[in-house]
Write a protein that binds this ligand. Structure first.
Ligand code: SF4
Length: 243
């Protein structure tokens, strides 16, 4: 099977409990959501090339779309990598393709908005790490369908829940105008499926205001009533200027 891929590059994970680990990032194009604070380029048009980093300042262009065998071959070129981050956009738009990456040299680390439960079912036996967002009502343009998306996110967490094979954690983005009740309702859906909850202060974009330390500590205290492990972790790659 083939899939379009925007780019493949080496960096360190910038978010969540695996922050700092060396990863190979496979960035898929397009997303099914429109989050207000999104910092991912949306200009995926007729892009025929996938840029692959093969060494410091060394790049090779692959023709799009790539086959799963080609991607597995690219992954094999690397050494000393913790995991392969499947990111986007929204990687679960390409769930059938991801399912074919089961024999990857390094474990698969899925970064997803959790709104595609059918895709979650496809990949549940091949991804070892799940970084799942739970988006709140005022964070995206839901086009009046938040209830449907809310149920879809809850279902995806249930499908990709933590097991002895898989680590699943939840990330909630926090801005100053966060709705506390909405956040607690979301936590109720995921609390039995995750190893930990990450409160990630939003990196201001699209007019979304940063959360104050006081608010973050208050939310952490509220969340700790429901989940044993709750950490506040910002986007660290923005601090040191990495991709
Ligand atoms: S889910 Fe991620 S990639 Fe998609 S719009 Fe939201 S922030 Fe952007």
């Amino acid at each position: 099977m083939k899939s379009p891929i925007r780019e493949i590059f080496l960096s360190a994970q910038g978010e969540g409990p695996y922050v700092g680990y060396r990863q190979l990032f496979v960035r898929f194009p397009k997303c099914n959501l429109e989050c207000l604070y999104c910092d991912t380029p949306k200009d995926w048009g007729p892009q025929s090339k996938c840029r692959v980093e093969t060494g410091p300042d060394k790049f090779v262009d692959y023709e799009n779309p790539l086959s799963s065998e080609q991607l597995l071959g690219v992954i094999k070129l690397y050494e000393r990598v913790h995991s392969v981050s499947l990111t986007g956009g929204e990687p679960l738009l390409y769930a059938k393709f991801i399912k074919e990456l089961k024999s990857s040299k390094f474990p698969l680390y899925l970064e997803t908005n959790m709104t595609l439960p059918d895709g979650a079912k496809e990949v549940k036996d091949v991804v070892k790490y799940v970084s799942g967002d739970f988006k709140l009502k005022n964070q995206c343009d839901w086009k009046g369908r938040y209830d449907k998306y809310f149920n879809d996110m809850a279902r995806s967490f249930s499908i990709l829940r933590q097991t002895s094979f898989r680590d699943c954690f939840c990330k909630i983005i926090v801005s100053e105008d966060i709705d506390r009740e909405d956040m607690m309702h979301a936590i109720d859906q995921v609390k039995d499926c995750i190893t930990e909850l990450i409160l990630q202060p939003v990196t201001p974009a699209g007019g979304v205001e940063a959360a104050s330390p006081k608010l973050l500590l208050e939310l952490q205290d509220m969340a700790l009533e429901k989940v044993e492990n709750v950490r506040i972790i910002p986007q660290t790659h923005k601090i040191w200027g990495a991709l």
